[in-house]
Design a protein around this ligand. Structure first.
Ligand code: FAD
Length: 482
C-alpha cells in the first residue's frame, strides 16, 4: 500500500522480541484489535528450563511511575496483580565501610519505587497474551532478514531436535523490541538514514545472591535499595519476594581482572564491603563470583526510530542505557504508551510514526545521558555533604512551599510522567531561580549585618583598636628587617 495515503484499519503487526517491551507492545496492539504475532529468539521464559538462557539480564529491577503508567494505561487490572508482588523501596540505604547504614528517602511525599522480579513481570504479560485469540507467540525464532520493501521477515526457527528451519512471515508493521543488539535496527538502517552510536562504559557488572536469614527473614531492610558507594565502584542490593536480595557489583574491568581467586575476592570484600560477607556467606560469595559472568554495559542512541509506515523500534533496541537511573524498562514501557497514543489518535500510520520519532528523539537522548551521569551520583555523590544539602533544601521547599514547584530531578524522573526533556528544562529553570534566591538572601544577610554593626556604633572602637595594633605590628616588622 502507498504509505502516504494509508488510512489504516487495525492490521497485522509482527513484534520481534518477547522481552518486557515487546510483550507490552503486543498487549496494546492486541487490545487495539490488531492481528499480533510475536517472534522471540529464545524459548518461553515461563518454562524454568529456559530461564538460564537469558543470562544477560538482571534478575530483578526497579519499576517506577513511567513503567507502571505504561502498564496501567492498557490493563489496570493486570497492573494491580503485577504490583502485588513488587516490593516498595522508599529510599536508598547507604552503607559505609564501617557498616554504618544511613537512609535517604526518595520523596518527601512518601512516593517509592518498587523491586520486581523480571521473569515474573515478563511472564505475566505473556500469560495475558496467551489468552487473546488475536495473538500468536512464536518462540525459538531468530530474526535474520527484514525485507521492508516486501514487508517480509525471515527467521531461523530452532526445532526441538536442534535443527534449524527457515520461516518467512509478512506483516503490515514490524516492531523491533529485540534489545540492545537489535537485528531489526540493523536491517532498518538499510532503508533509512539512521544515525546511530553506541558506547560501552568501563564498568562491568556481576550478580550475587544474598539469601534470607536462617529464620527465613530478610537480612537487610527490604524497603530500601541498598547501596555501598565506593567512588569508582559500588555494590547494590534489591529485595525479592522470597526474602532474599539480588546484589550487583558494578566495577571497572581492571579491578575485576585484579581479583584473581577466592582469597583475593574475600580480601577485597572484607576491606570494601565487610558487612556483606557474613550476609552472603564466604562460600556463596566465592561461588557466585567465580560462576557468574562479568557483563558489559552499553549505551545506544539512534534517530529516527521508524521507517515510513513499515517498521519502528522500541525499548533497548532504540535506546539501551546504563542501568543507573533504573529507567531502561520504564522508559521502554513509556515508548509503547507514547507510540500507541499517536497510533490511536492519527489517521495515517506514517504520520503516527513520524510524530512518534519527533516526540521521542529528544527525550530518549536526555534519559540516556541522565542514566550515564547517575552512575557518578550513585557511587560517589550520595556520600557528599553538598549533594545532601542541596537535596534536603529542594525537598524542604517542595514540602513547605509546593507552590514554588521545586522538585528534585530524581523525583520528576521516577515519580512523574513529565517528558524527560521538560524535566531537564524545569530543573535548569529552578536552579536559576534558586541561584538568584540564594544571592538575594546572601545580599540581605550581609547588608542587614552591616546596618546593625553601623547602628551599634561599637565598630568605631574596634576600628581604632585595629589600626593601633596594625601600626604596632608594622613598626615591629620594620625594626626586625633593619
Ligand atoms: P530485552 O529485555 O533485551 O528483550 C529483548 C528480547 O528480544 C529478548 O527476549 C531477546 O531474546 C529477543 N531477541 C533478541 N534478538 C532477537 C532476534 N534476532 N530475533 C528475535 N528475538 C530476539 N530497567 C529498569 O527500568 N529498572 C531497573 O532497575 C533496571 N535495572 C537493570 C539492571 C541491569 C544490571 C541491567 C543490565 C539492566 C537494567 N534495566 C533496568 C534495563 C532493562 O533491563 C532493559 O531496559 C529492558 O530489559 C529492556 O527491555 P526490552 O524488551 O526492550 O529488551
Amino acid at each position: 500500500s502507498d504509505e502516504s495515503t494509508t488510512i489504516y484499519e487495525p492490521q497485522k503487526v509482527a513484534i520481534i522480541g518477547a522481552g518486557p517491551v515487546g510483550a507490552l507492545a503486543a498487549l496494546y496492539f492486541a487490545k487495539g484489535g490488531w492481528q499480533v504475532t510475536v517472534y522471540e529468539l529464545r524459548g518461553d521464559l515461563r518454562n524454568p528450563e529456559n530461564r538460564s538462557l537469558n543470562f544477560t539480564k538482571s534478575i530483578n529491577l526497579a519499576i517506577s511511575e513511567r513503567g507502571i503508567n505504561g502498564l496501567r494505561t492498557v490493563d489496570p487490572e493486570l497492573t494491580e496483580t503485577i504490583l502485588e508482588s513488587a516490593i516498595p523501596m522508599n529510599g536508598r540505604m547507604i552503607h559505609d565501610t564501617a557498616g554504618v547504614q544511613s537512609s535517604q528517602r526518595y520523596d518527601v511525599h512518601g512516593r517509592f519505587i518498587r523491586s520486581i522480579d523480571r521473569s515474573y513481570l515478563n511472564g505475566a504479560l505473556l500469560d495475558e497474551l496467551d489468552q487473546m485469540s488475536n495473538v500468536e507467540l512464536k518462540f525459538n525464532h531468530n530474526l535474520k532478514r527484514l525485507a521492508l520493501e516486501k514487508s517480509e521477515a525471515t527467521f531461523e526457527k530452532r526445532l526441538s531436535t536442534g535443527e534449524l528451519e527457515t520461516v518467512r512471515a509478512t506483516a503490515d508493521l514490524f516492531i523491533g523490541a529485540d534489545g540492545a543488539h537489535s537485528q531489526t535496527r540493523y536491517h532498518m538502517m538499510k532503508y533509512v538514514r539512521l544515525n546511530f552510536s553506541q558506547e560501552y562504559i568501563d564498568s562491568l557488572w556481576c550478580e550475587f545472591h544474598l539469601p534470607p536469614s536462617p529464620k527465613g527473614d530478610f537480612q537487610l531492610d527490604p524497603n530500601h535499595l541498598h547501596i555501598w558507594p565506593r567512588h569508582t565502584f559500588m555494590f547494590i542490593a534489591l529485595p525479592n519476594q522470597d526474602k532474599s536480595f539480588t546484589c550487583t557489583l558494578f566495577m571497572p574491568e581492571d579491578m575485576f581482572k585484579d581479583i584473581v581467586g577466592p582469597e583475593a575476592l574475600l580480601k577485597f570484600f572484607l576491606t570494601e564491603f565487610p558487612d556483606v560477607v557474613p550476609l552472603i556467606g564466604e562460600e556463596n560469595l566465592i561461588g557466585d563470583y567465580l560462576k557468574n559472568q562479568k557483563l558489559p554495559l552499553i549505551s545506544v542512541k539512534c534517530n529516527p526510530y521508524h521507517y515510513r509506515n513499515k517498521c519502528v523500534i522500541l525499548g533497548d533496541a532504540a535506546h539501551a542505557m546504563v542501568p543507573f537511573y533504573g529507567q531502561g524498562m520504564n522508559c521502554g514501557f513509556e515508548d509503547v504508551r507514547t507510540l500507541w497514543s499517536h497510533i490511536s489518535s492519527t489517521e495515517s500510520l506514517t504520520e503516527a510514526l513520524d510524530n512518534y520519532t519527533a516526540e521521542r528523539h529528544q527525550d530518549l537522548h536526555i534519559i540516556n545521558d541522565l542514566a550515564m551521569n547517575n552512575y557518578v551520583e550513585m557511587r560517589a555523590s550520595v556520600t557528599s555533604r553538598t549533594y545532601l544539602m542541596k537535596k534536603n533544601f529542594q525537598e524542604f521547599l517542595y514540602s513547605w512551599f509546593p507552590w514554588m514547584g521545586v522538585r528534585t530531578l530524581y523525583s520528576m524522573i521516577s515519580f512523574s510522567n513529565i517528558r524527560y526533556s521538560e524535566v531537564v528544562r524545569r530543573v535548569k529553570r529552578q536552579e536559576r531561580v534558586l541561584g538568584v534566591l540564594a544571592e538575594v538572601v546572601a545580599v540581605g544577610v550581609v547588608g542587614g549585618l552591616g546596618v546593625w554593626v553601623w547602628r551599634e556604633g561599637w565598630w568605631r572602637e574596634v576600628w581604632k583598636e585595629g589600626i593601633l595594633i596594625g601600626k604596632e605590628w608594622m613598626e615591629e616588622a620594620v625594626k626586625m628587617l633593619w
